[in-house]
Design a binder for this molecule. Structure first.
Ligand SMILES: [Fe+2]
Length: 296
């Protein structure tokens, strides 16, 4: 049986572990770590001979003090050093954490992002927090959200239900991007999306492979076989991942599709663990990452 001294010692030890874990999660893992997670594979319906080196950046949630502009600048420099052919940014540039934070101007986030350069270009999509943080867009139920305008002003195309055709070494491929599926908050507990997958894919005019950018992995369930690879973020890999499970991931679908390279019914999905945090400024067991893809 526990005596009083043993009990107090146990409580003290557990408190120390708890404080240490939170400190590690906020300061070390979320604040300083930055991994490059590399994947090399050939997606289905891919063109033989097409070799593509792509960098994926997701969910920075830039905000003082948890993800300051200096850290965003560091991410840009690490991504550039990988010398990709093309760069994909998967949304949620703005933070959802209001308590104890101060917002970073969208023009500053876009100015730093504009430092990303690649021979085939840099392409972005909006995340739900990019919509949710724009009170005017929420009030009017109309976009584009301010971060999209800031990115476009900085010369970064935003594929909000748009498709672009690119060519690498003579081999064409498409990059398509849908908007968020939960763009507008409808109290008390509902959402309305602005994603239009059919209209986006209707812009594809030939048989070249398609890489699709969708902020929320939930859209993967509706992805036709025609799409070679879907790239998503949103989940932060679960953000807190204990023994392979991520209990805080927002939707049941996201929970089962919260991280990594997933092949399902012949369709391919890669969910980036992303960079930042939402709800609480802690990451545990899933360090911030950018992704390097060697396709083909
Ligand atoms: Fe998100």
């Amino acid at each position: 049986m526990l005596n009083r001294r043993t009990f107090l010692k146990t409580i003290g030890a557990l408190s120390a572990v708890g404080i240490g874990t939170v400190t590690y999660g906020v300061v070390i893992e979320a604040g300083f770590l930055l991994n490059t997670s590399a994947y090399a594979f050939t997606p289905p319906r891919w063109t033989p001979g097409l070799k593509l080196r792509a960098v994926v950046i997701a969910d920075p949630h830039v905000v003082e003090p948890f993800f300051p502009l200096s850290r965003w600048q560091n991410v840009v420099e690490v991504a550039q050093a990988l010398e990709p052919d093309v760069i994909f940014m998967l949304g949620d540039y703005i933070s959802g954490i209001k308590f104890g934070t101060s917002a970073v101007p969208v023009t500053d986030i876009a100015r730093v992002a504009a430092g990303l350069k690649a021979p085939l270009g840099v392409y972005s999509i909006n995340g739900n927090h990019d919509w949710w943080s724009d009170s005017e867009a929420q009030r009017l139920k109309q976009g584009p959200p301010i971060i999209q305008r800031a990115f476009e002003d900085a010369g970064i195309p935003v594929l909000a239900n748009r498709a672009v055709r690119l060519v690498k070494d003579g081999y064409p491929f498409w990059v398509t991007g849908t908007d968020s599926i939960i763009s507008y908050i409808l109290p008390p507990d509902n959402f309305q999306g602005t994603a239009d997958l059919p209209a986006t894919l209707a812009q594809v005019t030939d048989d070249a492979p398609i890489i699709h950018l969708a902020h929320e992995p939930d859209l993967f369930a509706e992805m036709p076989d025609r799409v070679s690879l879907t790239l998503s973020g949103h989940t932060h890999g679960g953000q807190i991942r204990i023994f392979g499970s991520a209990p805080l991931t927002p939707s049941l679908y996201s929970r089962s599709h919260s991280y990594g390279y997933i092949i399902e019914n012949g369709k391919h999905l890669l969910v980036s663990g992303g960079l930042g945090t939402s709800t609480i400024p802690i990451r545990l067991g899933v360090p911030p990452e950018i992704n390097l893809l060697e396709l083909g």
